[in-house]
Ligand binder design. Structure first.
Ligand code: GDP
Length: 297
């Protein structure tokens, strides 16, 4: 995902660390290249700008340029700033899934990987946290999507709410809530319908489901390959329904990585997980320092 960015930055920093003594101008010129590399990776302009500004402020002082290893110090400052950009200040919170049954609302556009991610996360909660999970598909427009979730449920050993034809999304959500309470589930996950574009009908439906279930977490699933579009989708969903976090899918693909780098800074919402493939185990919790390490090679 970050190969191009990583190559570009690697080149810049190789030169910087080999150079030995550095002037402020050398550092500023290198950081200008960093800015270009970020923009080419589809990082949003304000994020790239503020990133470079912040690194420049820390890296052009005498303490760095007059030090014994100025190049390495600049790299360290970039590394720390990357982590800050990726995760914001402070440590990421755990998912709020105490007080059973905890509802998790999964939202996103069609094709983003929402149903797959719902099942992956359910499996993760079952396997790693020993939670009893119920999944329900609210995609009343696409019976195939409902069946897809049921098939995945069987595959991973997680219960799905039986499909009843003719129900509305809100009716299904209420039934899931009841079943989760009566059935002693720790978590119930609601896989809402996706649309090809954000529209009123989609948002109204998600809001109605949110209002009857009061979700502990509302996770937006977005396709990491779509770069700045992913960030725009997140901003819109957050404005309309309020999201608590983001899952970036297809991070195994050859996208440029801009979505991951801009998401937190633009939306203020944490990236919780990343999807790294089609298999049910291909979901990792988002680890900013690992990503920063990957970017800097
Ligand atoms: P939905 O319409 O948002 O529910 O999307 P689906 O869950 O049906 O996923 C659409 C396609 O994307 C499927 O073929 C998934 O296997 C695939 N997919 C989902 N997540 C990932 C991922 O992280 N990496 C890759 N390579 N494919 C994914």
């Amino acid at each position: 995902m970050f190969e191009n960015l990583s190559d570009r930055l690697g080149g810049v920093f190789d030169r910087l660390t080999k150079q030995g003594a550095l002037s402020e101008e050398d550092v500023t010129a290198a950081l200008r290249e960093v800015r270009t590399a970020l923009l080419e990776a589809d990082v949003s302009l304000p994020v790239a700008r503020s990133f470079v500004k912040s690194v420049t402020a820390k890296a052009t002082g005498a303490a760095v340029t007059k030090s014994v290893t100025p190049g390495q110090q600049v790299v360290k400052i970039v590394h720390d700033e990357l982590i800050k950009t990726l995760q914001g200040e402070g440590e990421p919170d755990a998912l709020r899934i105490d007080n059973p049954p905890a509802p998790i609302l999964m939202v996103g556009l069609q094709g983003s990987g929402k149903t797959t991610t719902t099942a992956k996360l359910a499996k993760r909660l079952k396997d790693r946290e020993k939670k009893k999970v119920l999944m329900a598909s609210l995609d009343t427009n696409r019976p195939a999507a409902m069946e897809q979730l049921a098939i995945l449920g069987t595959q991973i050993g997680v219960d799905t709410l039986p499909i009843v034809k003719g129900e509305t999304a809100v009716q299904i959500a209420k039934r899931a809530k009841q079943q989760a309470s009566f059935g002693g589930y720790d978590v119930y996950m609601l896989d809402t319908a996706g649309r090809l574009h954000i529209d009123e009908v989609l948002m109204d439906e998600v809001q109605a489901v949110r209002d009857v279930t009061n979700p502990r977490e509302t996770l937006l699933v977005v396709d990491g390959l779509t770069g700045q579009d992913a960030v725009n989708v997140a901003t819109e969903f957050d404005g309309k329904v309020g999201i608590s976090g983001v899952v970036l899918t297809r991070m195994d693909g050859d996208g440029r990585g801009g979505a991951a780098l801009s998401m937190r800074a633009v939306t203020g919402k944490p990236i919780r997980f990343v999807g790294l493939g089609e298999k049910m185990d291909a979901l990792e919790s988002f680890d900013a320092s690992r990503v920063a390490g990957r970017i800097l090679g």
